[in-house]
Design a protein around this ligand. Structure first.
Ligand code: DX5
Ligand code: ZN
Length: 214
């Protein structure tokens, strides 16, 4: 089933509580939280105290997208807050399998994120155990960028591997997702749609969420 994950990076931080409520009423399935460290990506977003506040406020699950080096240092903290999904970048650690195990040991769903240039072959041996693969369709670090079409091939490749293997991971897409690019990704096999600027700038959030679900 297709799910829509608003990225709170695009929300009005001065009215975060109200925007969370409004997006929930609009039918959002899961909130996507972007954690940046100013090292792995050239930007800093927000950290654990803000995630804690969001976790206390929201009634829907949270998906934490770690754009940080040493992702393992934050995992236990997110588990304590009740976060359901955590993804980390394969480019950010020498031991992706161990990080995946840490996330699982804390009772959360584990996702592996890939920058636009990273081939699917890099994560082939995680696919039997991973819960979802996050295909970045922009370079991580900023909202509001343009979708990179070359990433669609990777969604198709992953989808084909899933069919051949019988594995059950989901495919999440993140970056430049709007009605048009969501449809392209949906047709290629994605089912989790992260959207920041497109969704938050829409006049009618409910209609925008419904449209992304397809
Ligand atoms: C980018 C983040 C995204 C970002 C998406 O590094 O991972 O989640 O918020 O924003 P849009 O939808 O505006 O491209
Ligand atoms: Zn993200």
């Amino acid at each position: 089933m297709n799910k829509v994950l608003p990225s709170l990076l695009a929300s009005d931080f001065t009215r975060l509580g109200e925007e969370i409520e409004k997006m929930e009423t609009a039918g959002a399935d899961i909130f996507h939280l972007d954690i940046m460290d100013g090292q792995f990506v050239p930007n800093i977003s927000y950290g654990l105290p803000v995630v804690q506040a969001i976790a206390e406020k929201t009634t829907i699950p949270l998906d934490v997208h770690l754009m940080t080096h040493q992702p393992e240092q934050f995992i236990a903290g997110f588990a304590e807050m009740g976060v359901e999904m955590v993804s980390f970048h394969v480019e950010a650690t020498a031991h992706p399998h161990r990080v995946m195990q840490l996330i699982h040991n804390q009772g959360m769903k584990a996702g592996i994120a890939l920058n636009p240039h990273t081939p699917i072959s890099n994560i082939k041996h995680l696919l039997s155990e991973i819960d979802f693969v996050l295909i970045m369709t922009v370079n991580p670090g900023y909202g509001g960028q343009t979708f990179i079409n070359a990433c669609v091939d990777k969604i198709e490749e992953l989808s084909e591997m899933r069919k051949q293997s019988g594995y059950v991971f989901e495919i999440e897409v993140d970056g430049g997702i709007n009605n048009e690019t969501a449809e392209i990704c949906r047709n290629a096999g994605a089912s989790l749609f992260v959207s920041g600027s497109h969704l938050f700038k829409s006049d009618d959030w409910k209609r925008a969420v419904d449209a992304l679900k397809g």
